[in-house]
Design a protein around this ligand. Structure first.
Ligand SMILES: NC(=O)c1ccc[n+]([C@@H]2O[C@H](COP(=O)([O-])OP(=O)(O)OC[C@H]3O[C@@H](n4cnc5c(N)ncnc54)[C@H](OP(=O)(O)O)[C@@H]3O)[C@@H](O)[C@H]2O)c1
Length: 254
């Protein structure tokens, strides 16, 4: 997969799937743009990326729920690299709660998982059209069916919206030869559950429970999900658009 001279913008690149994707793109000689709130973690990922092919990534500290920050991402990227070839809308928050917990949880999930992706994509779209680039959204199996072992209503709704965004946008952008696809992981090892507010012990219990229930008996590694993102954004996937790719160790089967 050749990403030489391609500019790849990845949100949520400070940990987990986004960090793994950044490293894979860097190994393929891409110019990567790393976005997240935790600057220290972003800089660590940037250092690892630079060590692969000697290309220095652009680090952008941004809170995707803040409109000015999102605008700044595109401005800085274009000022630095002049183009955008791939947009990976990967950043996401796991907001758990039920309908009894109030609408604030809905707003939080939608702000990052949907609105930020929509806004960033709208600002990046003119540049993606110029390069005939492509978009990969990182959704979840939670967008395709309810999560049954925990109350995850706001999160599930946000990922379902993101999937419809992928499909509608793929139709719209096809006329500009820009492809749009989605990767929908099941349980994957990352900081996700802790960022959603679970303690280390609860995460260990959740992972154990999931492993026992998944047909393949394990969670995915972030690198495996990153591999699929890379493939979909590469020229090898030039005939794929509007597709939702599940990577879940068989979770959807049970
Ligand atoms: N792990 C799983 O089991 C799983 C399953 C299905 C889908 N997913 C999806 O995979 C994607 C990546 O998650 P992950 O598993 O890699 O989890 P993670 O390790 O917690 O990474 C989430 C990333 O999103 C960023 N982020 C969150 N809120 C942000 C905000 N307001 N502004 C900017 N960046 C923000 C975080 O960066 P900062 O903290 O630096 O801001 C971090 O880099 C998410 O969309 C998630 O919904 C994960």
């Amino acid at each position: 997969m050749d990403f030489n001279n391609k500019v790849v913008l990845i949100t949520g690149a400070s940990s987990g799937i986004g960090a793994a994707a950044a490293l894979l793109y860097a190994q393929q000689s891409a110019k990567v743009v790393l976005v997240g709130r935790n600057e220290e973690s972003l800089c660590k990922v940037a250092k690892q990326c630079e060590e692969t092919k000697g290309i220095r990534p652009l680090v952008i500290k941004a809170d995707l729920s803040v409109e000015e920050d999102v605008k700044n991402i595109v401005t800085k990227t274009v000022n630095t690299f002049n183009q955008i070839d791939v947009l990976v809308n990967n950043a996401g928050v796991g907001v758990h709660g039920s309908i009894l917990d109030g609408v604030e949880l809905y707003d939080r999930a939608m702000a990052v998982n949907v609105r930020a992706a929509y806004l960033l994509t709208s600002l990046a779209a003119p540049y993606l059209i110029k390069t005939k680039g492509n978009i990969v959204n990182v959704s979840s199996v939670a967008g395709l069916r309810p999560i049954k072992d925990v109350d995850f209503l706001p999160y599930c709704m946000s990922k379902a919206a993101l999937d419809q965004f992928t499909k509608c946008l793929a139709v719209e952008m096809a006329r500009h030869k820009v492809r749009v696809n989605s990767v929908n992981p099941g349980g994957t090892k990352s900081q996700f559950a802790e960022a959603a507010g679970y303690s280390k012990e609860e995460v260990a219990e959740l992972y154990k429970h999931r492993c026992e229930n998944y047909p393949l008996g394990k969670l995915a590694e972030s690198e495996e999900v990153a591999d699929l993102i890379l493939y979909l954004s590469s020229n090898r996937a030039r005939s794929i658009t509007g597709s939702i790719y599940v990577i879940d160790n068989g979770e959807m089967l049970v």
